[in-house]
Design a protein around this ligand. Structure first.
Ligand code: XMP
Length: 512
């Protein structure tokens, strides 16, 4: 098992970012709730503990606390913001409201050399977000750095190896954040950096073989990154004991079905069953314009198609799924909050929890960027590994209004042209997602001497780190102009193209 850091989540909006920053340095970590007991923690055999920030005041009634015996385990601890204040309070220092709130970039002055601050310049820029601050250090602690609003911006006790930072080292605006975390992980916790995707693959192959034995596994393949990586990993582990099921719901992009079949069946020789159920889905969607009803219908039909194919596979014990670590945390987090609810509709197009299979979820410890790295490790082509996310309900939520075959055909062509141009001009990999949307309005145009009354295509391209928030991508005007010209000239039935310049929030990435 890899060395592990345990991050305790006090409700910070940055907790997953902390985890990603730790893993970027090749140290495995997991996120646990503050209710974790010393015994549970010890079972993880952590090399170190990080206490996250959080929105509460440590002295407010009901503020999340920590089992005090965790502090006596002899495991190094780094408290960030709320985590630092909690350490100060629990160890006999004091915390109070600051006279000035510090929010955003601020100056940090390191005045006392120490292992945590090794290699950090005397003066640097850090990101702060606090109202409270440590007002008296606990016994045994030294002040290591200060900022304009916090006398104790960094505190440490080298003997017990317990440290606190008032700023956020995980945020990119903290210029030496990476170095602070590196010092904690390597100089203080003694980690060696053994978390690599190569070792992950090796370990998973053993684990999958041990779990599956000689039984049969099915895996729903969507062509997206996660399910593609699951399929390849399983195939590597158990060969033809795996069968993949790909549901062609008639709502996929141009050439998508052929590409998936070519990649997985023809190239990787992974047994693949394709449910060609497009007509069934389109019949069920006839006359439906409400987005949520579309999602429900597609979800229902997907399960029917999948189950039909699964039955045809004969006796199957296991179902493999591409669940990722953020899904795991959000589904069990005590601080699930709004992010958990916004995401529920995204499970549409997936499978219900009560299917009669045992689950195999080999990616449940990974973040998306790690899944991509595993894909590369397994030799998947960049066209699969670097793919933009695509919603389960497919083009049905991009053909606004009723979904019909002629309208899907218009959207497919326009979308393919846009994506083709983005690839040619080096923009595909610079955006999180890009696509075309077919609007349910007709507008007037003129082609030759003729008045036209035809469809509008909206183009959308966004930058994002996780899809939860997003900014519209500043694509060059020349690129947009070229895309518009080609779409109007080449796609029959389109006489106008617009570009979506809204961010999320308050808009969403998809239009429906
Ligand atoms: P929104 O539109 O909510 O999308 O900003 C955020 C991310 O989720 C994808 N998305 C979906 N994925 N089923 C899915 O599997 C859905 O119903 C669904 N709706 C949106 C969207 O493409 C973006 O990546």
């Amino acid at each position: 098992m890899p060395e592990r850091i345990v991050i305790i989540d006090f409700g910070s909006q940055y907790v997953q970012l902390i985890a990603r920053r730790v893993r970027e340095q090749h140290v495995f970590c997991t996120i646990e709730p503050p209710t974790i007991s010393a015994a549970e923690l010890r079972a993880h055999r952590p090399k170190g503990i990080i206490l996250s920030g959080g929105p509460a005041s440590v002295y407010a009634p009901g503020a999340p606390q920590l089992d005090p015996s965790l502090l006596g385990l002899g495991v190094p601890i780094l408290g960030i913001c709320y985590g630092m204040q909690l350490l100060a309070q629990m160890l006999g220092g004091s915390v109070g409201p600051g006279t000035r709130r510090e929010y955003g970039r601020t100056r940090l002055d390191v005045h006392t050399p120490n292992r945590l601050c090794r290699g950090i310049p005397r003066r640097s820029i850090v990101w702060m977000s606090h109202g409270d601050k440590v007002t008296a250090l606990p016994p045994g602690f030294h002040a290591l750095a200060h900022s304009p609003g916090a006398e104790y911006a960094v505190m440490g006790d080298d003997t017990r190896r317990i440290y606190g930072v008032q700023f956020h080292p995980e945020v990119a605006h903290t210029v030496y954040g990476r170095e602070f975390l590196h010092n904690f992980l390597f100089a203080i916790c003694g980690c060696t950096g053994d978390w690599t995707m190569r070792s992950f693959v090796r370990h998973q192959i053993h684990a999958i073989r041990a779990q599956v034995g000689d039984k049969h596994v099915i895996c729903g393949l969507s062509g997206g990154v996660d399910s593609s990586v699951v399929a390849c990993l399983l195939h590597k582990a158990i060969g033809d004991q795996l069968t993949c099921i790909f549901v062609d719901n008639g709502l996929l992009r141009k050439n998508e079905v052929e590409d998936v079949v070519r990649t997985f069946h023809d190239h990787y020789h992974i047994p693949l069953r394709v449910a060609r159920d497009g007509p069934v889905f389109l019949r069920a969607l006839r006359g439906v314009t409400d987005p949520e009803r579309k999602r429900k219908i597609i979800g229902r039909e997907f399960i029917r198609s999948f189950e039909r194919e699964a039955r045809a596979c004969g006796p199957v014990e296991f179902l493999a799924q591409g669940t990722l670590y953020p899904d795991v945390i959000e589904s069990r987090s005590a601080f699930g909050g709004p992010s958990a609810t916004i995401k529920t509709h995204h499970n549409v197009g997936g499978l219900p929890k009560d299917l009669k299979f045992k689950l195999i979820e080999p990616l449940r410890d990974l973040f998306k960027d790690e899944v991509r790295a595993v894909g590369r490790e397994l030799g998947l082509p960049e066209s699969v590994v670097g793919r933009h996310p695509f919603p389960g309900p497919g083009l049905a939520v991009r053909v606004l209004g009723e979904v019909t075959e002629p309208r899907l055909a218009i959207l497919r062509e326009a979308d393919a042209i846009f994506i083709d141009i983005l690839r040619q001009r080096g923009w595909y990999d610079r955006v999180w997602q890009a696509f075309a949307v077919l609007l349910p309005v007709h507008t007037v145009g003129v082609m030759g001497d003729e008045r036209t009354y035809e469809n509008v295509i909206a183009l959308r391209a966004v930058t994002s780190v996780d899809g939860m928030t997003a900014d519209w991508a500043p694509l060059p005007h020349a690129l947009l102009g070229y895309a518009a010209t080609r779409i109007i000239n080449e796609v029959k039935g389109v006489n106008r193209v617009v570009y979506d310049i809204s961010s999320k929030p308050p808009s969403t990435i998809e239009w429906e």
